[in-house]
Design a protein around this ligand. Structure first.
Ligand SMILES: *Cc1c(COP(=O)(O)O)cnc(C)c1O
Length: 825
């Protein structure tokens, strides 16, 4: 492992070049930014400190890269359209073990680290769980010293900023690169050319074989920017390589018509559109051409990059390529990697189909993230043939060979051929990207036990029958370095004093807390930490929403993307129910409660945006009614993102994980809350099931139908019967439908209430409402028994070890990648 002396000494000049941190900050202020230290704002202090910390990464980074390039071990390339990194400064300071020297240096400038770190904009290159998972995975790969490179897109504009105006979501652009990005290094020497449109030309090569090549293409350049991913207190610094699109001016200049010079220059800039903006759709696809361009751009640039380095070392001998390389596809977004690798091997490097297919299917691995039909990517054949004509040919060939194999196994069964075909037939045929990924990969994994089981039984059942061994589960995880150690310093210190600090590198160590769960003295310390985190959260809520949270109330939190399947509506219905009870004077056995909801809605998702409006309107009525004082508060937290979750999850007591069973693939927010001692109220969905198993059923508030129950009830779902048959539920619907929350905007919530009453409602919200009310009452009652609550809270943290992304990545490395820690590091 690591040499501790080397890292803890890094405040001293370690390689003859770097000065002590305080001097380096001064040097950067003066020479990098041209500022005198006495006339400088915190933003420049942040930038100087970031540059200082980045300088301390470079040596290990270069060493890791050299080891990586020399090694013949299997390398993993994690392909993802999203990396939701959040902030980097604190992460780097923590992992390089620089906290004390940095704090000391900043003291000299009269500022604290928190103030300076708060200057950094989030790198919001992702939507939600899928993008954040990729970021946690990179952290764990570096912690485990695995030879893994992340490949993504350097979006000029990340996830939009969410503003709330008159209760409604308004989107503003996120120009996160405006002040530059101290964490990236441009590597123009590794620029690749990406080719779109054109058509295929066949010719005969020297060996007399038929070969295909693309002609008349529109070309652009992919320029890589590398970001360091430092391992936790070790010598590894891995790389995240993000591609920026740029114009291939040297190639296009010849086409310039002298009379159209300025138009031609303007045209050139269109190339940069490709990496301009992240598509803000979570769990839904919109089929835009630019999005398919982004996908191919990432995949082609990354594969060319890896193959160029391979050829430098091995020439055109690809026999060991599959043994020494592995590509993990984060959902189907990079699924073009399958036909693109085939194209490069055949058209550019002379391999025959069978050889190329053998290589491709020995190194591609696919992770599925969703069961929602609207999220499954399908690209129209018409678009494909225009944009990527050669890739479409290859996909057709893959399909023909695959269907031939299936026909052999199921003689005479045409229905199965239609079901598993990579091409969905119809007026407008489409390519099924999930099926392409399955056929082209040696591994297909789901992200929680239930999810993988449902894939095998449902969505991918035909494929599971054909290749049972391809399918495997890798339950998601999150990194405890960011989601506990960094974001909850109070708990970190308490843990270190109580069980030592090994949990930072091995979360299973947390189990040592279990024997202390009923220990009075320990409980006292536990409560004190939570109380301080609640105070900090309440301050943040007040500052950003104007709503005052009572610090003795239970903090009940649901933060995640706004989506019907996640059922923020159910949460609001419960708040309305509590409000109704207060108005009726039924407040005995009511635990004071502060409810926080946050999350972004996809800009084109009308219902989700209406849910945001309902939350805000209910909040405004509830918070302004004097009757609710001391009993109930509701706030909508605007612009939910990684850096806000870092404040929210330590201060949360009740974690809302209330999706319709069978719809949430895993969830990872649920894990962040558990680590930080929140209790979960949840359905038997995604990783909730495993959380409940690990924490113990008695330490989890379960409610609602399970996945089979949801399928079952939908056959004869009668929400209106449920409403009519339950007095309390009926009153909730009457309050909303009667206009209590939209006095001046009649009818605006009709779409939501009619959805709840619709027998076709996919999310069966009414079916779970009574059970949810009862589970919430139980949680509230339990909260008033402080000793019991805190025992349950401690046991949840203690048993959260399974949900570290270190465990997840350990399983990917052993069971999919066959990857080992890089020798020599
Ligand atoms: C963890 C996280 C998510 C995922 O939350 P779920 O509750 O699993 O949907 C989304 N966004 C951000 C900013 C996160 O940190």
């Amino acid at each position: 492992m690591l040499d501790q002396t080397q890292v803890s000494d890094s405040s001293k000049p370690s390689n003859g070049v770097l000065l002590p941190i305080s001097d380096e900050i001064r040097r950067h202020l003066l020479y990098t930014f041209g500022h005198d230290e006495s006339h400088v704002n915190n933003n420049y202090r942040y930038r100087a400190l970031a540059a200082t910390v980045r300088d301390r990464v470079t040596k290990k980074w270069r060493k890791t890269r050299e080891l990586f390039e020399q090694s013949d071990q299997r390398k993993v390339h994690y392909l993802s359209l999203e990396f939701l990194l959040g902030r980097s400064l604190n992460n780097a300071v923590q992992n390089l073990d620089l906290e004390s020297p940095v704090r000391e240096a900043l003291q000299g400038y009269g500022v604290d680290l928190e103030e300076i770190a708060d200057q950094e904009l989030d790198a919001g290159l992702g939507n939600g769980g899928l993008g954040r998972l990729a970021a946690c995975f990179l952290d764990s790969c570096a912690n485990l010293q695995l030879p893994v490179v992340g490949y993504g897109i350097r979006y000029e504009f990340g996830m939009f900023h969410q503003l709330i105006e008159n209760g409604r979501q308004v989107e503003a652009p996120d120009h996160w690169l405006r002040d530059g990005n101290p964490w990236e290094i441009e590597r123009p020497e590794d620029t690749r050319t990406i080719r779109f449109y054109g058509h295929t030309q066949r010719s005969i090569n020297e060996k007399g074989e038929q070969v295909s090549s693309l002609v008349d293409t529109h070309d652009l350049l992919a320029v890589p920017y590398d970001m360091p991913i430092p391992g936790y207190k070790n010598d590894t610094v891995n790389t995240l390589r993000l591609w920026k699109a740029s114009t291939a001016d040297v190639f296009n200049l010849a086409e310039f018509n002298s009379g159209n010079y300025t138009d031609a220059v303007v045209q050139m800039n269109n190339a940069e559109q490709i990496s301009m903006v992240l598509y803000p759709n979570d769990s839904s696809e919109n089929g835009k051409e630019l999005r398919l361009k982004q996908q191919y751009f990432l995949v082609s640039a990354s594969l060319q990059d890896i193959i160029a380095k391979w050829v430098e070392k091995n020439g055109d001998d690809f026999t060991k390529f599959g043994e020494q390389n592995c590509f993990q596809l984060n959902d189907t977004h990079p699924a073009c990697a399958v036909p693109e690798l085939m194209r490069l091997l055949m058209d550019e490097h002379g391999l025959e189909w069978d050889e190329a297919w053998k290589v491709t299917t020995s190194c591609m691995a696919y992770t599925n993230h969703t069961l929602l039909p609207e999220a499954l990517e399908r690209w129209s054949v018409a678009l494909f043939s225009r944009l990527l004509p050669r890739l479409l040919e290859i996909i057709y060939d893959i399909n023909a060979k695959f269907l031939k194999q299936v026909a052999k196994e199921y003689p005479g069964d045409v229905d199965v051929l239609r079901r598993v075909s990579l091409v969905e037939e119809g007026d407008q045929p489409h390519i099924r990207m999930a099926y392409l990924s399955i056929v082209g990969s040696f591994s297909v994994n789901g992200v929680a036990a239930l999810h993988t089981g449902l894939l095998k039984k449902g969505l991918f059942a035909d494929f599971y029958k054909i290749w049972p061994k391809k399918f495997n589960n890798k339950t998601n995880g999150v990194t405890q370095r960011r989601w506990l150690s960094h974001c909850n310093p109070g708990l970190r210190d308490l843990l270190n004093d109580t069980i030592g600090d090994k949990w930072e590198g091995d979360l299973v160590e947390m189990a040592k807390l279990a024997p202390l769960a009923s220990d009075k003295a320990f409980q006292k310390k536990w409560i004190a930490v939570k109380q301080e985190n609640k105070r900090r959260l309440a301050e943040h809520v007040l500052q950003h929403t104007g709503v005052e949270f009572m610090e003795d109330a239970i903090f009940d939190v649901q933060v995640k993307r706004i989506h019907e399947y996640k059922r923020q509506l159910l949460n609001v219905l419960h708040v309305v129910h509590l409000y109704d009870r207060i108005r009726r004077g039924d407040t005995k056995n009511m635990t004071p409660r502060c409810v926080l909801i946050g999350g972004k809605a996809a800009p084109g998702y009308h219902v989700a945006k209406l849910i945001v409006k309902l939350i805000n309107n209910v909040a405004s009525v509830v918070n302004n009614d004097p009757a609710t004082k001391g009993l109930l508060r509701l706030a909508f937290f605007p612009n939910y993102r990684v850096s806000t979750m870092e404040i929210i999850c330590p201060g949360t007591e009740l974690s809302e994980q209330i999706s319709t069973a069978g719809k949430e693939a895993s969830g990872t927010g649920n894990m962040k809350f558990m680590m930080n001692g929140a209790l979960t109220i949840g359905t038997l969905d995604g990783a909730n099931i495993e959380i409940r198993e690990k924490a113990g059923a008695e330490n989890f508030f379960l409610f609602g139908l399970d996945a089979a129950g949801v399928v079952d009830i939908r056959k004869a779902y009668d929400p209106n019967g449920i409403i009519a048959g339950d007095e309390e539920i009926r009153r909730v619907m009457e309050l909303i439908e009667g206009g209590t929350f939209n006095k001046n905007e009649p009818g605006i919530f009709d779409l939501l209430t009619s959805g709840l009453r619709n027998p076709q409602d996919q999310w069966v919200t009414m079916a779970d409402f009574r059970s949810y009310i009862d589970a919430q009452q139980e949680a509230g009652d339990c909260y008033r028994d402080k000793e019991r609550w805190n025992r349950m809270s401690i046991l949840n943290s203690a048993h959260s070890g399974w949900f570290s992304s270190d465990r997840t990545i350990g399983q990917y490395a052993d069971e999919i990648w066959s990857a080992k820690p890089l020798q020599g590091s």
